[in-house]
Write a protein that binds this ligand. Sequence first.
Ligand code: G6P
Length: 488
Amino acid sequence: ALLHDELAGDEVLVVSNREPYIHSRSDKGIEVRRPASGLVTAVEPVMRACSGTWIAHGAGNADREVVDAHDRVRVPPKNPSYTLRRVWLTEQEEKGYYYGFANEGLWPLCHIAHVRPVFRSSDWDQYVEVNQRFADAVVAEARTEDPVVLVQDYHFALLPRMVREKLPRATIIMFWHIPWPNPESFGICPWREEILEGLLGNTLLGFHTPFHCKNFLETVDRYLETRIEHEASTISYGGDLTQVEPYPISIAWPEGPYPESIAESRASVRAELGLPRNLLMGIGVDRLDYTKGILERLQAVERMMELHPSMVGRFSFVQIAAPSRSSLEEYQALENRVRALAQRINLRFGQSGVNPIVLKVEHYDSDQVSRYYRAADVCMVTSLHDGMNLVAKEFIAARDDELGVLILSQFTGAARELHEALIINPYHIEQGADALYRALTMPEAEQRERMRSMRSLVRDFNVYRWAGRMLLDAARLRRRERISAKLR
Ligand code: G6P
């Protein structure tokens, strides 16, 4: 309801690289898949609520078969409520813009995860080109001269200014779903000024935490000639005004009821993995990405078994790792290292059919993932750096029995909100091991107390609030702009 009020009568366009539905062809015909993406998890419920048009890269091999002559398809497939407009990229564009500049340049640059960013001129050229193509798609799709354009993430740093040039009266709201580093770190990007100028085409620019906003303001201050009002958190640059604000992202609270009770999920998940019924179980769910601290997590499991031999044969850690960006070398190397580490730990501590690590390098759909959350005794989120991390919030939301323990890295945005989790430094393996043992032996009363307080927070600060607050602020800026346009 809040969203409808904020947007009353306005046209809404969303731009993101990743599409919410991927159509692909198999022997069984055309299948639809949801990608493993924090961004899609968050933005999709918002789009369902406010209709409009979502512009994204068509990445599935059957994506072209289901669109109309304007490359549009109504989604979700089962209950169409908004339009997905697909943009097609050539292999070369995808290589330079997505794999190259976005994921070998900006991704490691912003995450400070000790993977060196790679900057190539040829990637940059494609990044500029693809940003222009998406900006053109926004302009082509817009039916009014003042739409609300919601731009998502680091793939589109240049697009806001490009859209602003063609649609000067648009309200452009951008959310940066990953961290923003400090000025020194960001400064190694050879095109830092261009990126900052592009972002200052926004009316409103959102980050997960106040700390990322502060880093952004300081970065702009360091590298561009602008006027910054720190109190008001605004930047004026070449006649444009950009408001910078924190909006911690969240999830849609599950509607339930679940198809299985907690007891049923505990039993069925263990049976499906060939594990004993009464086994203690940990769960990790991530894209197979070097920012997620998967190696550190497995090492913590190993260390816990070293310190507490009584846990050997009584505990398994199940890691679901969705393959991601796997044509990049860093990602292939990570997969090899994770597999090798899991194997080594299992050789060392595997006992009578119980492996300490169960590794699934596969895509699981969200219903399956929530069954696993419900079957687990503990969930480990050990990102080395993460804008928010929605797995932490999904785990909490899935636990309507108010049991289960969350171990959470201090380097996630989520740790700013979920104080009742066991907060750890994932680089400190002993600390992870201690937290794991503490979680596995925590009395139910304490689990319940922690879970209750985290559940009420996630229920209240859900993704509709996230979007609602951004749109409310945008509506205010829009009114101000209309008034000053009248005065001019
Ligand atoms: C993060 C990014 C998203 C991205 C997702 C999945 O959550 O912030 O923009 O969609 O990872 O990554 P992928 O490269 O598969 O889209």
